[in-house]
Design a protein around this ligand. Structure first.
Ligand code: MN
Ligand code: MN
Length: 380
């Protein structure tokens, strides 16, 4: 039963409860996109391939990019007006420099398995370190965000008048002649020094009085940590704002599922989920109420998307360990797992709900299974 619509109070949060037309149809839309099979933007040996609402219409809450940068190349100085950037390094080494609005600059070097987080609007650059190319996955907390519609320094300064730039930077117009007139996107130069050169100046103004807390780091070595949880059938690594405080709007997981293992039926009350298959072959299910249920197979390099609150599962249907990267658009991890939900109810309630003897439910898991091995969870 629904009552009359409430009067507009100036609170716009109700808009989040309006049905998304894409999700209101008789059938669920596809939630899969073959990201690494797409072409994207290619320059020399470097590329960026993106999954936004353009490529994957269901993915309104999160976008992602698969990027490769060749030795000596750099993703130029830029910022994102409408999204924070979360990254997971797949291979090679990456150096970043990022500036916060207080003028603090941080330069970090990243290896495979490391994560970075740049808050919305904070300017940064990414460059390949060493003689091998680097590859990484970027996840953004806005599905309408496009990596190719970002705010690049060359695009901006190339369109400002030479007189304005000369006045801004205090050098003659002639000194700036020849800078790019349009967006470079990738810039190509020498392989960077192994030890990062200092920035020109740390321009953060000293705060009067008490010493301010040090700025939060943008780097988290996720896969250098022991797993957050280990299961018979798989492992989970987790990074959210509780262990990586700057990551206020994003959470990341890496799951390893042994062949046949299942990340059990569950949903996330607080976030959409963006999934990238690092390695392997999985079957993902999506439940959208009103009898709507959809299954997709995802292989290495494919992306999946689960809207906030929708039921889903991931099963390894391949013959080797599946590795899965997951990003959420919330800074705290939150989930309800089926086994936990059932265990949190009295046996007579479950007996009535399912029309089965109460004894059956005493044989179900009394804990959060999270990952079940191929043969299913042991009774306890
Ligand atoms: Mn960026
Ligand atoms: Mn999930």
């Amino acid at each position: 039963m629904s009552g009359p619509l409430p009067a507009f109070s100036g609170d716009t949060s109700f808009q989040n409860n309006m049905p998304d037309p894409l999700l209101a149809g008789k059938e669920l839309p596809s939630f899969k996109f073959a990201l690494d099979k797409s072409v994207g933007k290619v320059m020399r040996q470097s590329y960026g391939k993106e999954a936004t609402v353009e490529q994957l219409p269901i993915s309104k809450g999160l976008a992602g990019v698969s990027m490769k940068i060749e030795p000596g190349a750099m993703r130029e100085l830029h910022w994102h007006a409408t999204a924070a950037e979360w990254a997971f390094v797949l291979e090679g080494r990456v150096r970043t420099t990022v500036l916060d609005p207080d003028g603090n600059s941080e330069t970090n070097d990243f290896d495979a398995g490391d994560v970075w987080y740049f808050p919305r609007g904070h300017p940064h650059m990414l460059e390949c370190l060493g003689n091998s190319p680097c590859r990484f996955i970027l996840i953004f907390d806005n599905g309408y965000f496009s990596e190719f519609g970002t705010f690049s320094i060359t695009d901006w300064l190339g369109h400002a008048s030479p007189a304005l730039l000369a006045k801004n930077l205090g050098v003659p117009e002639s000194a700036l002649a020849g800078i790019p007139k349009s967006e470079a996107y990738f810039s190509f130069g020498e392989i960077p020094p192994e030890k990062a050169a200092p920035v020109l100046a740390q321009s953060a103004a000293p705060a009067p009085g008490a010493k301010p807390p040090p700025p939060l780091t943008h780097r988290f070595a996720l896969m250098s940590q022991p797993p957050h949880r280990v299961f018979n059938g798989g492992r989970e690594w987790r990074v959210d704002s509780t262990n990586f405080p700057i990551s206020r709007t994003m959470t990341g997981l890496v799951l390893e599922l042994e062949p046949g293992a299942l990340r059990e039926l569950h949903w996330h009350p607080n976030a959409d989920e963006w999934t990238y298959i690092l390695d392997g072959n999985v079957s993902m299910t999506l439940f959208g109420s009103h009898g709507r249920y959809r299954v997709e197979q995802l292989d290495t390099g494919d992306v999946g998307y689960i809207p906030q609150g929708y039921g889903h599962s991931i099963e390894n249907i391949g013959t080797k360990t599946a590795r899965i990267l997951i990003g959420f658009n919330a800074g705290i991890y939150s989930a309800i797992d089926l086994s936990q939900w059932i265990a949190g109810n009295p046996a007579d309630v479950l007996a009535t709900n399912f029309g089965k003897p109460a004894e059956l439910f005493s044989r179900l898991p009394k804990r959060d299974v999270f990952i079940a091995p191929k043969e299913g969870p042991k009774a306890d």
